[in-house]
Design a protein around this ligand. Structure first.
Ligand code: XUL
Ligand code: CO
Length: 446
C-alpha cells in the first residue's frame, strides 16, 4: 500500500490506517488476527487472500430493501451532478480501501460511472471515471481484482442480456461488456467477471432454453476474443448462482457451469468465481462448490460472504463463522491457493447498521475470520492426521486389483469376479464426528 487517499473531503475522519493490534486489543478499528505480512504455509496473509472491497455494497448501497428506503446516508452521494457524484464516490472508495488495507477492489460499470440510455453518453462518462480510478489506483497502490458489467438492473434486461429473446438487447449487453473490458485493460484488472443474474427464465413456456444457452455461449466466446484482441491477459470468471433474481438461472452452481464451459470449449479461458451464499442457495456447503471447481482446475476467485440459515435468500452477510472459513481455507490450500483470484467481500452491513465506521468494522471482522480460518486450516494440514486418514481410506486402490481398476486394466467381468473373494468384509468407519472434533480442536489450539 503506497498511501492513504484523501479527496476534496475526508469521508472517514475518525478512522486511521487499520493496523494489526492482536487478539487482546479493545480497539474496534484494529485487526485481531489478520496480519498482512504474517507468513502461513510459505506465503503472507496478504498474498493468500488478496482481499477486495466491493464498490456496490460498500459505496452504493444505503440499505434500501423492498419494504423501505435506505437507512444510511452516504455523504459522497450528495452531489446532484452525476459525474461529480461519481468522483466523490471514487474518493470515498479509495480513502476507505487504502485505510482498511484490502489490496484490491471490484466494481460494476454503473457502480462507479453514471448509467445513460444513450450508449455514447454512457461511454463518455465511463472513460472519464476510468481516468479517475486509475489516478487513485496509482496513488494508493490499491489494485483492481475484477470488474464486471451490470446486465441485470436496467429494465431492458428484464429477460436477460446475452439470453434475451430480443436481439437488440443482446447488442446493448455486448456494448457494455466491450466498454468494461476496455476498462479492465486500462486499469490492469486481474480478472473479468460474468454474473448472469437474469440469464435464465421464469416460465419455460415462453422460453427456448436451448437457443438462449447457445446465445450465452456465443456471447462469451465473442467477449473472450475481443478482450484478448485488446490485450486483456487476465482470467475470465463465471459466477454461479441458482436463482434470484431469475427463478432458474442457467449458471446454477459450480458443476453446471463446468459442464457448460466444457461443452462450449470455454474452459481454457474461463474459471469460476464462487460465492458462499450462492452455493448455499443451491443447496450446497460452500466448501462443496469450492472443491468441485478445484477438482476441475477451475477455482478462480471467491466472493466472501455468508447467508442466513433461517431464510432462503441472498442475504450477503459478512463472513463470521470460523468453522466455515476454516473449511473454505482447507479446500483453498488443498488447491494450491487462489492464484490470480482473491477474496472479494460481496457483503453488506445490515440495514440497522448505520454508522460509516460499521463498514470498516464489518470488513475487519471478515478479514479476521478468514485469517483464523487460514491458520486453522494450515494447522490441520500440518498435523497430517486428516490427510493420513483420507489417504488410508482409499488405500485399497493403491495396489493390486484396486490399482488395476483405476488404471483401466480390469474388464468388467474380472471386476465382478473379484466379488467372490470379497465376502464378509470388515469395512472401515468414515469417522465424521472424529473429523468434526479435530476441526474444533485445531480452532481452539494455541
Ligand atoms: C449477486 C452477486 C453479484 C456479482 C457481480 O448475487 O453476487 O454482485 O458478484 O455481479
Ligand atoms: Co457475488
Amino acid at each position: 500500500m503506497k498511501s492513504i487517499w484523501t479527496g476534496k473531503r475526508t469521508y472517514f475522519p475518525t478512522v486511521k490506517a487499520v493496523a494489526y493490534e492482536g487478539p487482546a486489543t479493545d480497539n474496534p478499528l484494529a485487526f485481531r488476527f489478520y496480519k498482512a505480512d504474517q507468513k502461513v504455509a510459505g506465503k503472507t496473509m496478504e498474498e493468500h487472500f488478496r482481499f477486495a472491497t466491493a464498490y456496490w455494497h460498500t459505496f452504493c448501497n444505503e440499505g434500501s430493501d423492498p419494504f423501505g428506503p435506505g437507512t444510511r446516508v452516504f455523504p459522497w452521494n450528495d452531489n446532484k451532478d452525476p459525474l461529480e457524484a461519481a468522483r466523490d464516490k471514487a474518493d470515498a472508495a479509495f480513502e476507505f480501501t487504502s485505510k482498511l488495507g484490502t489490496p484490491f477492489y471490484c466494481f460494476h460499470d454503473v457502480d462507479a460511472s453514471p448509467d445513460h440510455d444513450d450508449p455514447a453518453v454512457y461511454e463518455k462518462n465511463f472513460h472519464v471515471v476510468i481516468k479517475w480510478l486509475k489516478e487513485r489506483q496509482e496513488a494508493t497502490g490499491v489494485k483492481l481484482l475484477w470488474n464486471t458489467s451490470n446486465l441485470f438492473s436496467h429494465p431492458r434486461y428484464r429477460n436477460g442480456a446475452a439470453t434475451n429473446p430480443d436481439f437488440r438487447v443482446v447488442t446493448r449487453g455486448a456494448f457494455q461488456v466491450k466498454t468494461s473490458l476496455e476498462a479492465s485493460v486500462e486499469l490492469g484488472a486481474s480478472n473479468y467477471v460474468f454474473w448472469g443474474g437474469r440469464e435464465g427464465y421464469s416460465s419455460l413456456w415462453n422460453t427456448n432454453m436451448k437457443r438462449e444457452q447457445e446465445h450465452m455461449a456465443r456471447f462469451l466466446m465473442m467477449a473472450r476474443d475481443y478482450g484478448r484482441s485488446i490485450g486483456f491477459k487476465g482470467v475470465y470468471l463465471i459466477e454461479p448462482k441458482p436463482m434470484e433474481p431469475s427463478k432458474h438461472q442457467y449458471d446454477f452452481d459450480a458443476a453446471t457451469v463446468i459442464g457448460f464451459l466444457r461443452a462450449h470449449g470455454l474452459d481454457k479461458d474461463f474459471k469460476l468465481n464462487l460465492e458462499a451464499n450462492h452455493a448455499t442457495l443451491a443447496g450446497h456447503e460452500f466448501a462443496h462448490d469450492l472443491q468441485v471447481a478445484a477438482d476441475a482446475g477451475l477455482l478462480g476467485s471467491i466472493d466472501a460472504n455468508r447467508g442466513d440459515p433461517q431464510n432462503g435468500w441472498d442475504t450477503d452477510q459478512f463472513p463470521n463463522d470460523l468453522y466455515e472459513t476454516t473449511k473454505a481455507m482447507l479446500v483453498t490450500l488443498g488447491a494450491g491457493g487462489i492464484g490470480h483470484g482473491g477474496f472479494n467481500f460481496d457483503a453488506k452491513v445490515r440495514r440497522s447498521s448505520t454508522d460509516l465506521t460499521d463498514l470498516f468494522e464489518a470488513h475487519i471482522a471478515g478479514m479476521d475470520a478468514f485469517a483464523v480460518g487460514l491458520v486453522t486450516a494450515d494447522r490441520i494440514r500440518s498435523q497430517g492426521k486428516l490427510g493420513k486418514f483420507l489417504s488410508e481410506r482409499y488405500a485399497s486402490f493403491d495396489s493390486g486389483a484396486g490399482a488395476d481398476f483405476e488404471k483401466g486394466k480390469l474388464d468388467f467381468k474380472a471386476l465382478a469376479a473379484l466379488a467372490h473373494s470379497n465376502q464378509n468384509l470388515h469395512l472401515a468407519s468414515g469417522k465424521e464426528e472424529w473429523i468434526e472434533a479435530l476441526i474444533n480442536q485445531a480452532l481452539l489450539a494455541k
